[in-house]
Design a protein around this ligand. Sequence first.
Ligand code: ZN
Length: 348
Amino acid sequence: MFSPLRLTQAVLALSLGSAFSLYAATHSVPLGQIADQQTRHIATYFPGRMAGSPAELMAADYLHQRFNEMGYQSNLRAFNTRFIYTSKDGKQDWHNVSATSVIAARNGSAPQQIIVVAHFDTYTPQSDTDVDHNLGGLTLQGVDDNASGVGVMLELAERMSRIPTRYSLRFVAMSAEEIGNKGSEDYVQRMSEEEKKNTLLVINLDSLVTGDKLYFNSGLHTPPQVAKKTRDRALDIARRYGIPAATNPGSNPSYPQGTGCCSDLVAFDNAHIPVLSIEATNWTLGKKDGYQQRKISPRFPQGSSWHQSQIDNMNYLDRALPGRIVKRSRDVVKVVLPLIEELGANGA
Ligand SMILES: [Zn+2]
C-alpha cells in the first residue's frame, strides 16, 4: 500500500545512505583518482565541446550537477560572444556563439574569496586550414586540454567541500577559452569592483597531462608578496613531495621569469587580480614560450598534443603516456589541496 510517510522515510534513508557512502568513499580514495575518473568521463562522453555546441551545453549541465551534489551553490552562466573565421580565400567572417560556463560557490565567514578556474571547452576550428589539419572539431576529446584541468578542479572541489575555510571558495568551469579567453573576459567584466578587490587569488588549471613538467606561474601583475605565498609556496610543497615542478625560467623576453600566459589567467591578470597558473609543458623547448610541451618524437611530431584530434584523446595518450593521467592528477592535487586549505584560512 502506498504510504507517503513511508516513502519519505525511504527517500530520506536512501539519500542519507548515499551521502554517507560518498563521504566514506572520498576519504578512502587515493589522491588523484577522482580527477582521473572525471577527466576520462568528460573526455569520453563530451567530445567536441566547442563553445556554443550541444556537447558544451551537455558538459556544462554535467558539471553543474556534480557541483550541486557536492553541496555547492552552482549556476549556469550563458553569454554571447563571437570569433573570426578565416576561409581559404582569405575571407574573414564573424561567427556568433552562445556559450555557457558553470560557477559553483561556497561562502566563508569573511568577504574575501579564492577562485579556481579550468576551461572545459575544446578547440573550435577557426579557419579552413584548421579543418584541413584536423585541429579541433567534433571528435576532439581534449583530454590534456582541458578535461585534465576540469578533472583536478572537481577533485579539489570534492575534497574541499568537507574542509571549512574562512574565505569563500568558487570553482568556475569556463567556456570559450579556445576562441580567445572569451569566458574569462565575460566573467571579469561582470565582477564588481568590490568583488575584484576581495579576490585574493585565481588558480588556473590548464593542460596538465602531455607536458614534461608541472609549472607554477604568477601573473604579470601579481604582487611579489602574493607570488611568494602562492607560486613559491606551491614549488616548496612540490619539492617536499619530490614532485618535479618549476616556474617559467624567462628565457624568452616576451614571457618574464615566473609568469605564465595565454589562457584564462590573462583576463584576471589584466584586471590586476592575483593569479597562480598551473600547466604542464616545457618552457625550455621551441620558442621558449611554453607552447612546446615536450620533445619532438614519433608519438608527438609537433612536440605537443594541442588541438590535434588524433592525439589529444584517451586511447592515444594512454598508449603514449601510460599511467600519466592519474599520476599527474595526484601530483597536482597533492600540491594544490594543502595550498587552498592554507590560503583559505590565512589569505594570500
Ligand atoms: Zn587550454
